[in-house]
Design a protein around this ligand. Structure first.
Ligand code: ATP
Length: 258
C-alpha cells in the first residue's frame, strides 16, 4: 500500500461540555478524493479546523506524507502542505483575482522581506514567475479572463473557484475543500465537479466536506460519516450509502442520502 498523504488517528476536540470530535481516524491515500459528510453540527468543520491549525486538538496524532506535523498554526500547516478553502469564502475582496492567487504562492517563495524591500533582481524574477504561475492557475480553474477583476466583483461560483486556485498555488500535498458547492446552482455544480475531477487526474489528493450528498457520492473514492462528533461509518461511497447507522443519522436529521 502506498504511503498515506494524510494519516490522523484519535482526533478529539471538546468545547466546554460538548464533545465535538471523539477519536476520529482518517487515512487518505495519494490521488484519492475523500469525502467527509454528516448532518448539521456533526463536527465536520471542527475536524477541518483541527487538522488545518485553526483549533487546538485535545488529542490525536497527525501525519502528512509520512512525517508527523503539528497542527498548531495555520501558517505551519500550509507550509507542511495542506491548503484549504472555507465554507464562508475568505478572499481579499479588494485585491484582484490574480493578486489573491499570488498571495497563496508566497508560502513557497524564497526571497524574504529584505528582497521585497530592496526589490532585488532575485525578488523581481521570483515575482514574475509567481505572476505567471498565478495566471496559469486562474486559467486552469476557468477564470483566467477575470484575472484583473477585484475578487468581490466575481460571481459566487467564480469566487469559490478563485479560492481553489489560491489553494493550488501553495502546491499542497492535500487540498481541503470546505463545502465547495455551497450556494452554487446546478450548472455551477457540474462545472465544479469537472474541476475537482481534473485536479484529481492531475495527481492531487483532495479532502472535501460537502452537504450535497449526491455530489459526494459521485466524486469520492472513500467517505467518512460523522454524527455528534463520532465516526459512524467509513468506506466507499456505495458502502457508506447502505450503512444503517448512516441512513438513521440522516433520517433523524430530516434528510436522506440519495
Ligand atoms: N468555536 C466553537 N465553540 C463552541 N462550540 C463550537 C465551536 N465550533 C463548533 N462548535 C460546536 O461543535 C459542534 C460541531 O460543529 P461543526 O461546525 O464542526 O459541525 P459541522 O458538521 O461542520 O456542521 P455544519 O454542517 O452545520 O457546518 C456543534 O455542536 C457546534 O455548535
Amino acid at each position: 500500500m502506498s504511503q498515506p498523504v494524510l494519516n490522523v488517528q484519535g482526533v478529539s476536540k471538546r468545547f466546554g461540555g460538548l464533545q465535538a470530535l471523539s477519536g476520529v481516524n482518517m487515512t487518505i491515500l495519494p490521488g484519492q478524493v475523500y469525502g467527509l459528510i454528516g448532518p448539521n453540527g456533526a463536527g465536520k468543520t471542527t475536524f477541518f479546523n483541527v487538522i488545518t491549525g485553526l483549533y487546538t486538538p485535545d488529542g490525536g496524532t497527525f501525519e502528512l506524507g509520512g512525517a508527523p506535523y503539528k497542527p498548531t498554526t495555520v501558517h505551519e500547516v500550509a507550509k507542511a502542505g495542506i491548503a484549504r478553502t472555507f465554507q464562508n469564502i475568505r478572499l481579499f475582496a479588494e485585491m484582484t483575482a490574480l493578486e489573491n492567487v499570488m498571495v497563496g504562492r508566497h508560502v513557497r517563495t524564497n526571497s524574504g522581506l529584505l528582497g521585497a524591500m530592496f526589490r532585488t533582481a532575485g525578488f523581481k524574477a521570483e515575482e514574475a514567475a509567481i505572476r505567471r504561475r498565478a495566471q496559469e492557475l486562474l486559467d486552469y480553474v476557468g477564470i483566467g479572463n477575470f484575472a484583473h477583476y477585484k475578487a468581490r466583483t466575481l460571481s459566487y461560483g467564480d469566487q469559490r473557484r478563485l479560492e481553489i486556485a489560491r489553494a493550488l498555488a501553495t502546491d499542497p500535498k492535500l487540498i481541503a475543500l470546505d463545502e465547495p458547492a455551497a450556494g452554487m446552482n446546478a450548472t455551477e455544480k457540474v462545472v465544479l465537479r469537472e474541476l475537482i475531477d481534473r485536479i484529481r487526474k492531475d495527481g492531487r489528493t483532495i479532502l472535501i466536506i460537502e452537504h450535497d450528498v449526491k455530489l459526494v457520492m459521485g466524486l469520492c473514492d472513500r467517505v467518512t460519516v460523522l454524527d455528534y462528533g463520532k465516526q459512524i461509518a467509513e468506506g466507499t461511497a456505495a458502502e457508506v450509502q447502505r450503512n444503517e447507522k448512516v441512513i438513521e443519522a440522516y433520517l433523524g436529521a430530516g434528510h436522506q442520502p440519495h
